[in-house]
Each structure stands twice: as C-alpha cells, then as structure tokens.
Design a protein around this ligand. Sequence first.
Ligand SMILES: Cc1cc2nc3c(=O)[nH]c(=O)nc-3n(C[C@H](O)[C@H](O)[C@H](O)COP(=O)(O)OP(=O)(O)OC[C@H]3O[C@@H](n4cnc5c(N)ncnc54)[C@H](O)[C@@H]3O)c2cc1C
Length: 297
Amino acid sequence: MNITVIISDFAGEHETYFKQLKSFIKDCIASVKVIVITDKASQYASIVDRIDVIEFEAYDSEVIANYIAKHLEPSRKIIFDSSILSRELAGRLSYKLNIPGLIDVRAMKSNNESVIFTKHVYAANLVAEFETIDFCITLSKTVPKSEESLKPSTINKVHQVSMDSTVKVLSVNPILKEKDKDMLIVIGRGVDVTNDLNKIKTLTAHMDADLGASRPICMGGYVSLEHLVGVSGKIYSPKICITLGVSGALAFYPGIEKSKVIISINEDKDAPIMKYSDYCIQSDYKDIVNYLEGLYE
Ligand SMILES: Cc1cc2nc3c(=O)[nH]c(=O)nc-3n(C[C@H](O)[C@H](O)[C@H](O)COP(=O)(O)OP(=O)(O)OC[C@H]3O[C@@H](n4cnc5c(N)ncnc54)[C@H](O)[C@@H]3O)c2cc1C
C-alpha cells in the first residue's frame, strides 16, 4: 500500500505530528511518502529517509489544496496530521480528488486491499469503524506519540509556491461573545415543551436569565445545541440556577455545579438533582412557572 503523509509545519509542531504518525501507522505495512507543507522550510527528523517540502508564502487552504491536488499527484491514500489546519485541508483535498474523507481518526488497521479506520462519532458517544480503499484522513489529537525517536530526513526538493489566492481577506476581527447572565433557567424532560416552552422563554426574558436545557430537550430539537448544559455542552457558573424538570444526571450536573445557588423544582423528591441543590421545591414546575410569571404581569 502506498500512503502519502502530509504534515503541516506552519506552527512548528512537526515533531509531535511525526511521532503521532509513527504510532498510528505502526501496524500497517505501507510504503510512505512524506510531504511537509510550511511557510519556512527547515531541517526535519521524520519517519522516512527522504521527504518533499513545499514552502508557501503564507497559509491559504484553498491555494495549498489546489497545489497539492494539481501538482503533486498524491496517491489516493492520504493521511494528514492532527492540526486544525490539516482538518481544513483534508476536507478540501478529499472533495477536489473525490476521495472519501474522515477527520479525527484514532486508529487504523489493514484489511487486504482496504483499511479500517476507528473514530468517535455522535459527540463522542459512540465508536465507529469505517472500511475504505481510498482515503483522505486526519489524525485525532488523541493519537499517542511514539516513544521511538525520529530519523533525520534528507529533503528531496523544496518547492516554493507564491500565493495566487482567489479569495481576498478583507478583515479578521474577534467575535464579541455575549457575557453569561447572572441567572440561568434550565429545562429538562419533565417540562412539557410543546405547550410551555414559549411561556418559559418569556419568563427567562423577564428575569433576564439565560435559557439552558438538558440533552433530551436539545436532542428533541426543541432548543438548539447552544443551550445544552452539561459535559457535552456548556459549563455555566451563574449566581442563581433554577432547574425545571431536570433529574440531575451525572453528565448534566457538571454544567451547573459552579452555580452559587441552585434551586430545583422536581415532582420527585428523590431525584438526584435534589441532593445537589441548595433549595428544592417538590412540585409540578408549571405551578412555579405560573407563580413567577404572575409576578411580572
Ligand atoms: C456520554 C454522555 C454524555 C451526556 N451528556 C449530557 C449533557 O451534557 N447534558 C445532559 O443534560 N445530559 C447528558 N447526557 C444524558 C444524561 O445522562 C441524562 O439522560 C439527561 O441529563 C437526562 O435529562 P433530564 O434530566 O432532562 O431527563 P430525565 O432524566 O428524564 O428527568 C426528568 C425529570 O423531570 C421530573 N419531572 C417530570 N415531570 C415533572 C413536572 N411536571 N414537574 C417537575 N418535574 C417533573 C422527573 O421527576 C425527572 O426527575 C449524556 C449522556 C451520555 C451517555
């Protein structure tokens, strides 16, 4: 099997990437061609004796992907390192060359002509295997680095590429993110979202609170994933957190653990959230929502 490995050295992290690659392809019998892409060629220790280096004036993923696609005739078995830049490049290259693409791959094993890749899917709740003959993948950051040392490589040739970007960068500005509010109201599966979501949204606005939701509410499509509270979502630290119809599962609680005061409304006095809360109200959430709404009317 002939594999082309493409390492991006724009951030000077090539040693980490080569060590990850060494452990990643260890068990696969393959002949490996290595290409380093960089804005400043230097000396490299790698996993093979000879490497190609392409020096670009600057990082521009479209220019780089075009250059690799057109001029280097890479094999249809391409492995990129685990950098963010490579995720972008791999996506573009897989599209341009019409090769199946996968990002954040954790392991690989050969299976005759094909290769089986392992990666986490569905917000890392499942592990999946994919079999393919051609591939354009990036490694996961979790791939361990090999303990073995790298060998100094001779550079075949430094290709120098001047930029001819079709995209003009007009401006790059930081995104101004809204600060979290002092109060957070979190809705869980106990809430009848079909009938009460709008009412709770109005209450949230009246109380100048953020709206959070447990996973079943987000997965049901009632509110967007930006509102997800917990280990798979956002960790809040408001002054006051009110939970409505949330059970307080282990994966949820870290999302509100840093709140100064937690007030929970649940019909079940034995729900785990009641143990974690400063104030517990054993009640139908509707009564409390109606009461609070009444205060603002
Ligand atoms: C790997 C993994 C990651 C996960 N990450 C997250 C995460 O980040 N965030 C997250 O939320 N979940 C996460 N989960 C899911 C989590 O384990 C729970 O399934 C989820 O938090 C339960 O949500 P809930 O409390 O809304 O629902 P439920 O557990 O069903 O609880 C509903 C609660 O509402 C109460 N209730 C019912 N009717 C009323 C009423 N009328 N008034 C008052 N109370 C009422 C019930 O007594 C019950 O306690 C994850 C799971 C896994 C496996």
